[in-house]
Design a protein around this ligand. Structure first.
Ligand code: DGL
Length: 268
């Protein structure tokens, strides 16, 4: 059973999920976070759902067995699409599992002024059909266009953001006919907040651009409140791990998290 003194386990294929961890840290400053970026297997977006499910299950089990986490946040759309249901069912009654897709879908359908939404995501997220299915089920009249943008996550993870290369790649993707006439855009990959400003520039700030970090952090807070799992003791230090370490990851991690993080390598 989860205990309020436990940590919140967060994972992503790489360091993109640190954008979600940062929002959680702001929303819940008294909670200890344990983050795992599966950089040895990044990108998840080009892999089969079975493989993504296996990686996600192993990481989650590790976070629970070795770190006694009280809640699990899948800070990756691709892993949320492939593995959420399995993880939720496996850990039912033990600890809450939060994915990044459902809070975003709830947020989209709550906004009356959205008629034609664009969604950009990894190939695996697009092919899973999860966004399409959840949005249609909740709001039939909503028109949406979903586009796979497989170059973006590896490009960002390699440190190419806010420069000419990322501009050129973004211009190419965002000019595609699939995204014509959208009135809003969802960044359905936790790496994309890093290029949000550039995307905003492309649209001359004329449409709202949503990412899941804030809404997921708020959802987690309300679940911890309901389940009486908020930490009421002293907070211990956050821990950040990657499955393959390079100094380059360490540098990029700082940018994603917004402050210094001491990244360590682990094997799960
Ligand atoms: N950050 C992951 C997501 O939110 C994608 C990156 C990858 O392809 O591994 O979908």
């Amino acid at each position: 059973m989860a205990h309020s003194a436990g940590a919140i386990g967060i994972f992503d294929s790489g360091i993109g999920g640190l954008t979600v961890a940062q929002a959680i840290h702001k929303q819940l400053p008294n909670e200890k976070l344990i983050y795992i970026g599966d950089t040895a297997h990044m990108p998840y977006g080009d892999k089969s759902s079975e493989l993504i499910r296996n990686y996600s299950t192993d990481i989650s089990q590790y976070l629970i067995d070795h770190h006694k986490c009280k809640a699990l946040v899948i800070a990756c759309n691709t892993a949320s699409a492939a593995a959420y249901e399995k993880l939720r069912d496996s850990f039912k009654g033990k600890l809450p599992v939060i994915n990044v897709i459902d809070p975003m879908v709830e947020y989209i359908i709550s906004r009356d002024n959205i008629k034609h939404i664009g969604i950009i995501a990894t190939k695996a997220t697009v092919e899973s059909g999860v966004y399409q299915e959840k949005l249609i089920r909740r709001k039939k009249e909503l028109v949406f266009s979903i586009l796979a943008t497989p170059l973006l996550a590896p490009m960002i993870e390699e440190g190419f953001y806010n420069n000419n290369i990322s501009s050129a790649v973004l211009n190419e993707y965002l000019s595609m006919p699939e995204l014509k006439d959208i009135d809003s855009l969802v960044l359905a990959c936790t790496h994309y907040p890093l290029i949000k400003a550039q995307i905003n520039n492309f649209y001359n700030s004329s449409i709202p651009i949503f990412d899941s970090a804030e809404v997921v952090a708020r959802k987690l807070k309300s679940i911890l409140q309901i389940e009486q799992l908020l930490n009421n003791g002293i907070k211990s230090e956050d821990e950040f791990y990657v499955t393959d370490y390079s100094t380059h990851f360490a540098e990029t991690a700082k940018v994603f998290y917004g402050e210094n993080v001491a990244l360590k390598r682990i094997e799960y």
